[in-house]
Design a protein around this ligand. Structure first.
Ligand code: SF4
Length: 211
């Protein structure tokens, strides 16, 4: 089975398994997703969702966060780990939004990449979830699963995985496909234990590389 055909079949089955999918970071405004995705590095989405509640109680909008002392942001976001650099990035990012973009999140991938603390993964997440554009978010679940499935061959570097996936995943499926990889990576094709292939509906299309 060629990679493209394998991908098509996996997309179809993941849709059946996880009809309702989406980002597990809570946000009701684009700038909040920018903040959360920075906090989510090496931290669980569940913890981020708790920590941001206090952050937004104290700093409810872009203006307030941009004007805040980075040390005050750090005090609140510390439970997410890497508090110092995350607070510094959030502070600088909110100042850029305030000073250069009228407080709005720019709807352009390359411009997003210029924001402090925003890499390809975050920029793709914003493009997909906020702006409804094609997006491939190569997080740890995505990289692990597409290697096991045989959709990429031994590629671990996020940008290279992204580029390889763009060649085989239909753009209109890309964003939800990545969310469903997270769903599947949490529930069945797990990282810390052996993957639960015995109860996975993908066994006949998955190459189970390294499993
Ligand atoms: S068959 Fe096994 S390795 Fe493949 S996706 Fe399912 S759980 Fe993961």
């Amino acid at each position: 089975m060629r990679k493209k055909e394998r991908a098509e079949e996996i997309i179809k089955r993941l849709k059946q398994m996880y009809p309702e999918t989406g980002c597990t970071l809570d946000y009701d405004d684009a700038w909040k997703l920018l903040v959360s995705v920075r906090l989510a590095a090496q931290c669980t989405d569940a913890r981020v969702n708790v920590v941001v509640q206090e952050l937004y109680r104290e700093f409810p909008d872009v203006e307030a966060l941009a004007a805040a002392d980075a040390a005050d942001i750090e005090r609140i976001v510390k439970p997410c780990g890497l508090g110092h650099s995350k607070a510094r990035d959030i502070s600088a990012c909110m100042r850029r939004l305030r000073d250069e973009f009228g407080g709005r999140v720019p709807e352009d991938f390359d411009t997003l990449l210029t924001l402090p603390g925003v890499g390809r993964k975050s920029a793709n997440l914003i493009m997909g979830d906020v702006f409804g554009k094609p997006a491939i978010v190569t997080d740890t679940h995505c990289i692990r699963l597409v290697n096991r499935m045989g959709l990429v061959d031994g590629i671990k570097e996020p940008k290279k995985v992204e580029m390889a996936l763009w060649k085989i995943i239909p753009p209109e499926e890309s964003n939800d496909f990545c969310h469903r990889l997270v769903d599947h990576g949490r529930e069945i094709c797990t990282a810390r234990t052996s993957p639960h292939c015995d109860r996975c509906p993908l066994t006949d299309v998955c190459r189970r590389v390294g499993v």
